[in-house]
Every structure is written in structure tokens, then in C-alpha cells.
Ligand binder design. Structure first.
Ligand SMILES: NC(=O)c1ccc[n+]([C@@H]2O[C@H](COP(=O)([O-])OP(=O)(O)OC[C@H]3O[C@@H](n4cnc5c(N)ncnc54)[C@H](OP(=O)(O)O)[C@@H]3O)[C@@H](O)[C@H]2O)c1
Length: 225
């Protein structure tokens, strides 16, 4: 099977995906720091926004994980916040896709998975900057799904709050965790493995007809009152 590139496999959801995939296929990870898990995979320590991306042969699949949770009222959000959220969520993904999409075009069942957030489809206070960036990313997913069909599938996953280093500031004590859990109809905080499970499905043969989708892992928050 051709290689899987995970950008952001050192932590959080990406680390769960890497842990699932290293026994199944050849994996390449890109992140600024190396993953804690050991095993048979290739790692490149680099910043996806500023460093040159490595050549990778026999690549068919990309999962781009870097993102942001930058929650502030509009009075505190600076233009620079919007720019930096756009950079890590959108420009980073675009850099990676532009670097490798010709290779993916030649591969069998090529696919890409990006990450949005439930705060695009649900109005959530203090999310203007991240919602702007992720909303743009959802547009990229639908547009590229049209442009790349039938050779490359591209989908996104939109999680609600998930227990990863990115969300540590929002889940930093029991009280905050309970409050966050209580906001969700399913009364739970999502584990990164659950989101990784959907990413694993989207890059698998079982999802061979799925493209242009944004799928929520949301503990019920987007559709249930
Ligand atoms: N966690 C949540 O509650 C939540 C909710 C909604 C949406 N999401 C979205 O889900 C995705 C994954 O989130 P997560 O919580 O797993 O994030 P995370 O815990 O912050 O992990 C992000 C990964 O990306 C890497 N990374 C970040 N910036 C990078 C850069 N400039 N260059 C290279 N690698 C970089 C990090 O590694 P290094 O630090 O080693 O570089 C890490 O491996 C994100 O797009 C996020 O916006 C998350």
C-alpha cells in the first residue's frame, strides 16, 4: 500500500491516527517535535508554514492536523489573530496539498483529510477568528473535491471539543471539563481516538465513494437541543 503522510502526528488527534496506522502501512510524519510513540515510520521535524517540505515517494494519502483554538471576543481579536489562524488552518494545508497533489493523482484511491470545527456550522461566541479560517477550509474541501474528482478524494472532519493538547486550556480542571461535557447532549468530552477512527475510515477503501464531505464528531451539539 502507498504511503500515508500525517502532518501533525506528534500530538492529539494526529498522534492517535499515527498510532493506528503504523502497523497497517508506511507512514511519514511531519511536525515541529517528534511523536512520543516509537515504531517503523519516517519523521521530519519541521514547521509546515515556513520550512521546505520533503520529497516523499509513493504517496497516496494526506491527513493535515495543525489547527488553532483562539477564543476571544471580537474586541480583543486583532487582525493578526485572523491572519495567523488563517495561516495554520488554511495556508499550511494548501502548501501541503500543492506540494504533493500531482503524486496523489497518480496513486490508486488517493485521499486527503483536513480538520474543521463544529464552530463553523454552529454560531459559538468568541469563535470568530477560528470559524473564519475553518469556514474557508470547508470551502477548500468542496472546491478541491470537484477539481480532483475522480482521482483524489478530499473530506474534512469537524470535531467539537476533543481532549488533546490544543484543548488543554479549555479542559484544564474538573470544573471546566464538567461544564464543557454538560454543554453536549451526549454529556461527554470526545477522546482523540474517536476522531482518529473517523479519519481512518475516510482514508480507507470503505469510504471510496465519499468526497467533499464535512463530517461532525460532535457529541450531539450541532443537531440536538
Ligand atoms: N482539540 C479540539 O478540541 C478541536 C476541536 C475542533 C477542531 N479541532 C481541529 O482538529 C485538528 C487537530 O487538533 P488537535 O487537538 O489534535 O491539535 P494539537 O493537539 O494541537 O495537535 C496538532 C498537531 O499539529 C502539529 N503542528 C502544529 N503546528 C505545526 C506547524 N506549524 N508545523 C508542523 N506541525 C505543526 C503539532 O505538533 P508540533 O507541536 O510538534 O509541531 C501536533 O502534532 C486541528 O485542525 C484543530 O483545529 C480540534
Amino acid at each position: 500500500m502507498s504511503k500515508l503522510l500525517i502532518v501533525g502526528g506528534s500530538k492529539g488527534i494526529g498522534a492517535s491516527i499515527l498510532a493506528d496506522q503504523i502497523s497497517k502501512r508506511s507512514c511519514v510524519n511531519i511536525s515541529r517535535t517528534p511523536p512520543e510513540i516509537t515504531g517503523d515510520f519516517e519523521h521530519h521535524s519541521l514547521d509546515v508554514l515556513t520550512d521546505d517540505l520533503p520529497a516523499i515517494d509513493d504517496l497516496s494519502t494526506i491527513i493535515y492536523c495543525p489547527g488553532s483554538i483562539n477564543l476571544k471576543p471580537i474586541s480583543s481579536l486583532k487582525e493578526e489573530d485572523f491572519r495567523s489562524d488563517f495561516d495554520i488552518n488554511v495556508i499550511g494545508a494548501i502548501r501541503v496539498i500543492k506540494k504533493y497533489h500531482r503524486q496523489l493523482k497518480r496513486a490508486e484511491d488517493a485521499s486527503i483529510v483536513l480538520f474543521s470545527t463544529v464552530a463553523v456550522s454552529q454560531g459559538m461566541a468568541f469563535h470568530a477568528s477560528v470559524a473564519a479560517a475553518k469556514g474557508a477550509l470547508e470551502g477548500v474541501v468542496r472546491s478541491l473535491a470537484a477539481e480532483f474528482a475522480p482521482s483524489i478524494r478530499i473530506n474534512a472532519i469537524a470535531p467539537t471539543i476533543t481532549d488533546t493538547p490544543l484543548a488543554a486550556g479549555i479542559l484544564k480542571n474538573d470544573e471546566m471539563r464538567k461544564k464543557m461535557s454538560d454543554r453536549h447532549p451526549m454529556k461527554r468530552i470526545i477522546h482523540p481516538k474517536e476522531v482518529a477512527g473517523l479519519a481512518n475510515f475516510l482514508i480507507s477503501e470503505s469510504a471510496v465513494s465519499m468526497t467533499g464531505q464535512v463530517l461532525q464528531v460532535d457529541a450531539g451539539i450541532t443537531t440536538i437541543r
